[in-house]
Design a protein around this ligand. Sequence first.
Ligand SMILES: Cc1cc2nc3c(=O)[nH]c(=O)nc-3n(C[C@H](O)[C@H](O)[C@H](O)COP(=O)(O)OP(=O)(O)OC[C@H]3O[C@@H](n4cnc5c(N)ncnc54)[C@H](O)[C@@H]3O)c2cc1C
Length: 377
Amino acid sequence: MRTTVLNPESRQAALREMANGPELDVLVIGGGVTGAGVALDAVTRGLRTGIVEAQDWAGGTSRWSSKLVHGGLRYLQQLDFKLVTEALHERERLLYTLAPHLVKPVPFLYPILHRVWERPYVTAGIGLYDTLAHVGSKVASMPFHRHLSERGVQKAFPSIKPGAMVGAVKYWDGRVDDARLVLTLIRTATGYGALAASRTKVTGLIKNADDAVVGARVTDLETGDSFEIRARKVIAATGVWTEETQDMADTDGGLKVLASKGIHIVVPRERIKGEVGLILQTEKSVLFVIPWEHYWIIGTTDTPYEQDISAPVATAADIDYVIEHANVVLDDPLTREDVIGSFAGLRPLLQPGVKDGTETASTKVSREHTVQKWFPA
Ligand SMILES: Cc1cc2nc3c(=O)[nH]c(=O)nc-3n(C[C@H](O)[C@H](O)[C@H](O)COP(=O)(O)OP(=O)(O)OC[C@H]3O[C@@H](n4cnc5c(N)ncnc54)[C@H](O)[C@@H]3O)c2cc1C
């Protein structure tokens, strides 16, 4: 492997090589987690690979997530077994093989609110979650869930309001520093020889006489210089910017991306006493209370977003929503004064029904990925 240093010199060298060197096999547009993963995949197949990112690495959605590596319990409620199984197996790979230094197990409490009937129902769901993770898994799996009484809940999470739950099921998921994961993917890709440049924006796509895309026009946002990068294949991994990239290709690619805003608040760790995370049901979705070093990260929301996609922010109403739902179970209610930070991101959700003109609520839109070919090979 070569050096994985990412600095102004390595960036300049990569830009020079992409502009003046031999044609790339693959040029990836977008340095979020998707583009970084695509670049690493391509370069480790022996392809001459370049990746450009308009902002900093992970400058789009990939740094503003809930930072969970999870199978998605709520997708199990939507009976999306395929998605959950695939995500759980990826979780195992990240935890135990690919990035054990970045992805850590974290226990969560799933509250039981009603006596008698609810515990068997929750046990069936979380038991299935654990089973899907273990079946076919080739690596060490997370511990199986455990049952906690009301007293057990108080011990694990002393800040729970007495009577807020009659017990809980403790289960495990993973958490990750999302931006660091992207950086690690980019650095690993450069170690295998990928050419990587942040602050480099694609402003147009180059086509040949057969209308096939054969490269991109880019602008170095540090110097203002514009130039062309030639590539046999151009892959756009531009998240909520997908429709913009699609327009550059001048194709009816047909992808319609619904930007769904999610926000989190950050609260000092000492403000809430608890050793585990919480997953709380809200009327629309779920709310996580996640232990994060010296802080708690609490969120999220899921609302369609139609403003400027480059800078989503948490509104006062978003913050109040999160506080209100966390306070349902906290004995010492949070106020706005307890919030030391907030962040917002936009989920790039493929909007189904675009062909038949119907719309789907963002909470109901599938989280499956899609690969769409804009031009014939
Ligand atoms: C609130 C919230 C919570 C979430 N929680 C989780 C979670 O806990 N676990 C999980 O797995 N997922 C979670 N997600 C989903 C996850 O964050 C996204 O699926 C993922 O980050 C999308 O990555 P991406 O690379 O496709 O998009 P992005 O990260 O947005 O990357 C696209 C990149 O393309 C760049 N770009 C766009 N146009 C151009 C151009 N013309 N030239 C160059 N570059 C360009 C952008 O600058 C951007 O950096 C969450 C999302 C949100 C919003």
